[in-house]
Design a protein around this ligand. Structure first.
Ligand code: AP5
Length: 207
């Protein structure tokens, strides 16, 4: 099963992809996580991506497409995968069309006001990738999964969140129409509680 999780920043793509990936036993491929790892390891790709990410801008298509092509050629992708955060532009979607046939595109639909509240309160664990919201942490500052310190992502600052939302509306939202025309788009109300969204996603992908 080859899936794309589409949606604005903060829609819950990463949260849902983690659970759906274990349920379907396919890898969760997040281009944002791949770039954050590359930054941590100070690779040339990481160094190039950092300045775009810190500003809330998209990394150039050529860099992202090369990285994803390499990842999808790996053995663990042969039975399917969940793409989280890719494609994000029409040229990226066109490049993906040349290498894969996607079964379902799940679009998590959430209003901007809710996204701003989610992102400004998000805390993440850089060690294991777990994601939390301050409203549910009760003052806890360590990761419940691995015990490491939780941090706020640099691109979750108020100004950068607004840039990311603008970039989403200008460059990524056209993909909703792109996949609607292909006939494999499933829109899910991403403002519901996490468990309801999870069940809705499984229902549409298992059809
Ligand atoms: P990336 O890491 O992909 O960021 P994003 O798309 O902006 O997505 P987020 O991770 O912010 O949100 P999410 O939808 O995963 O939400 P989450 O589950 O965490 O990309 C970062 C950067 O890398 C980009 O800006 C760009 O520079 C670069 N990049 C990456 N891919 C690229 C590409 N293809 N092309 C070019 N550049 C690229 O949830 C958010 C919060 O909400 C959490 O606190 C969570 O607990 C909470 N939450 C989740 N679901 C719910 C719910 N149902 N109800 C209440 N709270 C919820």
């Amino acid at each position: 099963m080859k899936l794309i999780f589409l949606g604005p920043p903060g829609a819950g793509k990463g949260t849902q992809a983690t659970g759906v990936s274990s349920n379907l036993r396919v890898p969760h491929i997040s281009t944002g996580d791949m770039f954050r790892n590359a930054i941590k390891n100070q690779t040339p790709t990481g160094l190039e991506a950092k300045r775009y990410m810190d500003a809330g801008q998209l990394v150039p298509d050529s860099v992202v497409v090369a990285m994803v092509k390499e990842r999808l050629a790996m053995d663990d992708c042969q039975n399917g995968y969940i793409l989280d955060g890719f494609p994000r532009t029409v040229p990226q979607a066109e490049a993906l069309d040349t290498i894969a046939k996607i079964d379902v595109v799940v679009d998590l639909d959430v209003a901007d006001e809710e996204l701003i509240a989610r992102l400004s309160g998000r805390r993440v664990c850089l060690a294991c990738g777990a994601t939390y919201h301050v409203s549910r942490l009760n003052g806890e500052t360590k990761c419940a999964s691995c015990g490491e310190e939780l941090i706020q992502r640099k691109d979750d600052s108020a100004e950068t969140v607004l840039n990311r939302l603008n970039v989403y509306h200008e460059q990524t939202a056209p993909l909703v129409d792109y996949y609607q025309k292909k006939g494999n788009l499933k829109v899910i109300d991403g403002a519901q509680d996490m468990d309801t969204i999870f069940e809705s996603i499984l229902a549409v992908v298992k059809g």
